[in-house]
Design a protein around this ligand. Sequence first.
Ligand SMILES: [Zn+2]
Length: 184
Amino acid sequence: MDRKTCPICGEGTLTLKQGTNETEYKGVRGSVSFFYEECDACGSEQADASLTLRNKRLMLAFRKQVDGLLTGDEVRAIRKRLKLKQSEAARVFGGGPTAFSKYESDDVAQSAAMDKLLRLADAQPAAFRYLCSLANMEVPDSLPELKLIEDAENVVWHTLEPSLQGDHYGDVETQEIPIEGSYG
Ligand SMILES: [Zn+2]
């Protein structure tokens, strides 16, 4: 790979370096990597537009983690499990045509609502099918075997699944709550 010439002194060449930022977000401390280039002649440290963007994404990824949101890689993994292109994912889940490219590259943090919707669609094929039907989209072919919920404790929805499939839907015992006293 060609080394870049230093734009500051015009003589030295630049070497990519990695540093670590100690940062804090919502009371959580973390070490976040950042990248810069160093000139071997004038010693200046610099980050061009593409490195600046990369550093911004690393910082946002840390914040997403603190906020309990799926990382860009996790969003991409879910979308691929659901066999959706980015544009199709936007049709099914919303967010606008470029939303998924931004989520997946950590340019933008998805909302908590979007985050939960993605997790739900990933864990519950019936929910995913329903979202596809709302978007007038066919459920993608060759959807992998229904993902088993490995950690059922963490997924409240799994207890609802059988009632959606069987004929017990809506067959929930209700309990009347007596109203004590009277109004007025
Ligand atoms: Zn230089």
